[in-house]
Design a protein around this ligand. Structure first.
Ligand SMILES: [Zn+2]
Length: 388
């Protein structure tokens, strides 16, 4: 027989269980709502206003296999009056590298092509924009301020594709073209999946579509823009495929002379799956990857918020710089304006010098700002305004 004490204890346990259950449901509801807000951002977030002359296509126009999938993304093409070469610019490989994406948008909104063609894909892994990386505390959006209006709001996403499209990742990702073994999560990383597979997983299909675009459009020079932690050796750097080395070396000297020093790294032949290796090996293009340094991605950082994304100001990074642990000059900040300016100016310089290595494939693009001009007027001045 149960005593009165047993019965009251049992009631207490049931009550506790109900409270815990409702608390758990509340956490699930709130985190689910937060997650969904990244999937369907409010109007105006990630908006672009391409310069007149750009025509919009879709990446699936180059590979049907991604049509009506979350991997499909707009491709903007502008053709000059004079015939010349073709340049491709990708800004959104890793959605947690904001200056790379914003640089792509600045080029898209300012470029006036006079000779040759310019193709821009600002959000080339849209699946990386639908979520933030777990346990990193990154903000969901950041705003580039403008003199008038609310400024331009973009999502701060993740390095990999959203797990709801690329799940479950294997324990080990075997790169199909080479047999190279990588951590399983790298199958969600577009910049480990090249040259991709038409019948592969969705990020591999996306990589395949980009390779098809490079081939079909006969792209002469292709950029993959990135950012990395300031403590990673390859920052303020150009990584070039061996066929692109001569051009990259000329550009590096030109940048140095303009007060924008850059490291130049050869694309390692055995590091497979990356754009600078596989684009160069699978297509005729001159493949270039560029990196700026983003403290909000780094491991030394403290509070991770929108301010850090925009200013790069962090006490721990100041100490790390004093101790010689960083690969950039760091005097307490690394603003997004500086990082975007580096990318845009380097892309502009590459395009200006392309005809020295491919004489009949020159590309002339007007409207892109110079380095100092971008620093003086700040990024918002080079983005179209929004109402309100
Ligand atoms: Zn990256």
């Amino acid at each position: 027989m149960k005593s009165n004490q047993d019965i009251s204890q049992g009631k207490g346990t049931v009550l506790t269980a109900i409270i815990v259950l409702f608390a758990a449901l509340l956490v699930v509801y709130l985190s689910g709502r937060s997650y969904r807000s990244m999937l369907n951002p409010p109007a105006g977030v990630d908006m672009v206003k391409p310069q007149a002359g750009f025509k919009q296509k879709m990446l699936s126009d180059y590979f049907e296999g991604i049509k009506d999938t979350p991997a499909d993304t707009p491709v903007y093409v502008q053709e000059g009056k004079e015939k010349g070469g073709t340049v491709l610019l990708l800004g959104g490989t890793h959605a947690n590298e904001p200056a790379a994406m914003v640089a792509g948008v600045v080029v898209l909104e300012n470029a006036r092509v006079e000779k040759g063609r310019l193709i821009v894909i600002p959000f080339n892994n849209p699946m990386g924009r639908e979520h933030t990386t777990a346990q990193e505390g990154h903000p969901k959006t950041f705003t580039i301020a403008q003199k008038k209006g609310k400024g331009r709001v973009f999502r701060y996403g993740s390095r990999g594709s959203n797990p709801i499209h690329e799940w479950p990742n294997p324990d080990i990702y075997v790169h199909p073209a080479s047999g190279q073994k990588l951590a399983g999560s790298e199958r969600s990383n577009l910049n480990r999946c090249y040259p991709g597979r038409p019948d592969g997983h969705i990020t591999e299909k996306l990589a395949y579509a980009i390779i098809q675009l490079i081939k079909k459009e006969k792209v002469d020079l292709a950029f993959d823009l990135h950012e990395a932690s300031p403590e990673y050796p390859v920052v303020n750097a150009i990584v070039a495929h061996e066929r692109a080395m001569e051009l990259a070396a000329m550009v590096m000297m030109e940048l140095e002379a303009s007060g924008v020093p850059m490291r130049l790294e050869p694309s390692p032949a055995r590091l497979r799956g990356l754009s600078h290796r596989e684009w160069g090996d699978s297509t005729e293009t001159l493949a270039i990857l560029m990196e700026t340094a983003n403290p909000s991605q780094g491991r030394f950082r403290g509070k991770t918020d929108e301010r850090l994304v925009l200013t790069g100001e962090d006490k721990a990074y100041k100490k790390a710089a004093a101790l010689g642990h960083l690969y950039i000059p760091y005097k307490g900040s690394q603003t997004i304006d500086l990082r975007v300016a580096r990318h845009v100016f380097a892309v502009k310089t590459f395009m200006e010098m392309l005809e020295f290595v491919k004489p009949d494939k020159g590309v002339i693009v007007q409207g892109l700002p110079d380095f100092q001009e971008m620093l003086d007027r700040k990024t918002g001045a080079f983005l179209a305004g929004v109402e309100g």
